[in-house]
Ligand binder design. Structure first.
Ligand SMILES: C[S@@+](CC[C@H](N)C(=O)[O-])C[C@H]1O[C@@H](n2cnc3c(N)ncnc32)[C@H](O)[C@@H]1O
Length: 357
């Protein structure tokens, strides 16, 4: 075993040794979601200093505003809605939101990682491993920073507008290395073609195919209602523009962003920006309609996040701290413009909550 190498890295190397290079998608899926040793399966790393990332969900003010969004969604639909949160992490958002909903609502987390489900259950939250365990019902779906953590394939432009896929192989020293070869599926090329993207020679890019089954699950739980995704990303033409030659894949360790994704396999977070163009196209294909897009800062202000300062729930932080939370979540130089809110609806509903003051 190499110094500092995780057991998961060893297992993946053995697999590559036997079966040949694996797609980056499969490598990332294992690094994040391997049942025993994936970053999210272990659960315990989120919110600690090691391997952790900072998220909206850690600010109770975010839960306050999202509770408002849920209530506003109910007013738009005209009936009570179940809340289904996809990818609940350690359950911080669910716990904060439930505190601010005027009457108790059915609140279910869809969480594929067993370690996180255990943490969520310990907090008294309802959690299932797959959306297909739920019956369709009038629902508002939330997913905060989930799409960016779905595993991605890596592509690279070659001569004459050809494209290869960058697999994960092993070099002579038995280290993980980029391994270009023919694309593992024509769906990758179909996506680029559909979006009118031609990668320049040597240009790297990520394509997420897992978004499609994810959206099918989201649509499945909603007999009617809204799906609200909060994430970072861009339209395809910007994401894959020649000025972004290295793609957007990155790793997070100890709250530091870096590009050594073959290190600390299973102990660090991996993420790639969301392709909003694909998200919209695939959501429509799944039977959902676009119902608004807005920067997080503006959305939270429209929802009345400033009322959080006067919140009357006991035991929450003092006014100064509450103010700092709001600044952190809404200021354009902080998280306010780092995240976008993309809202989808079932047919025949008005546009989504929080789009206007
Ligand atoms: C970056 S974390 C965000 C956690 C939480 N929403 C937050 O903001 O702190 C990504 C979450 O999405 C979950 N996840 C990954 N794939 C998923 C899927 N297909 N369906 C639902 N959740 C998923 C992960 O297990 C994890 O809980």
């Amino acid at each position: 075993m190499k110094r500092g190498e995780t057991r998961l890295a060893q297992r993946l190397k053995a697999k590559i040794g036997h079966e040949g290079p694996m797609t980056f998608r499969d490598f990332m899926a294992a690094a994040l979601y391997d049942t025993d040793e994936g970053f999210y399966a272990k659960g315990s790393l989120i919110g600690n200093s090691e391997g952790a990332y900072l998220t909206n969900a850690q600010y109770p003010a975010f839960g306050f505003a999202l509770a408002r969004a849920a209530l506003h969604a109910e007013a738009l639909v005209g009936e009570p809605l179940r809340i289904v949160e996809f990818g609940g992490g350690t359950g911080m958002l669910a716990a904060a939101m439930q505190r601010w909903l005027q009457a108790p609502r059915e609140y279910i987390i869809v969480e594929p990682s067993s370690g996180l489900r255990a943490i969520q259950r310990a907090r008294g939250l309802s959690t299932v491993s797959s959306p297909w365990e739920l019956k369709p019902a009038p629902t508002v779906v939330f997913a905060n920073e989930v799409l960016d953590s779905l595993p991605v394939h890596r592509l690279m432009g070659m001569n004459d507008a050809q494209v290869c896929e960058v697999y994960v192989g092993l070099n002579d020293r038995q280290e993980f290395t980029d391994w270009p070869d023919r694309p593992s599926t024509s769906l990758l090329l179909d996506r680029l073609k559909e979006e009118g993207i031609v990668l320049g020679r040597g240009q790297l890019a990520e394509v997420c195919l897992d978004i499609e089954p994810f959206l099918a699950g989201v649509k499945h739980v909603m007999s009617k209602g809204y799906a609200i995704f909060i994430d970072y990303g861009d339209e395809a033409k910007n994401l894959y523009s020649p000025t972004r030659r290295n793609g957007t894949l990155c790793a997070y360790w100890n709250q530091q962003k870096h590009y050594e994704w073959y290190l600390r396999v299973g102990d660090q977070d991996l993420t790639a920006d969301v392709d909003y163009t694909a998200l919209r196209t695939l959501a429509c294909r799944a039977g959902l309609l676009p119902a608004g897009q807005i920067r997080q800062g503006q959305w939270l202000q429209n929802l009345g996040i400033h009322d959080y300062i006067d919140g009357s729930v006991s035991g929450i932080s003092d006014v100064h701290e509450r103010n700092l939370e709001i600044i952190q979540l809404t200021h354009p130089a902080k998280l306010g413009s780092a995240f976008d809110v993309l809202i989808f609806k079932t047919p025949e509903l008005p546009d989504g909550p929080g789009l206007h003051l």
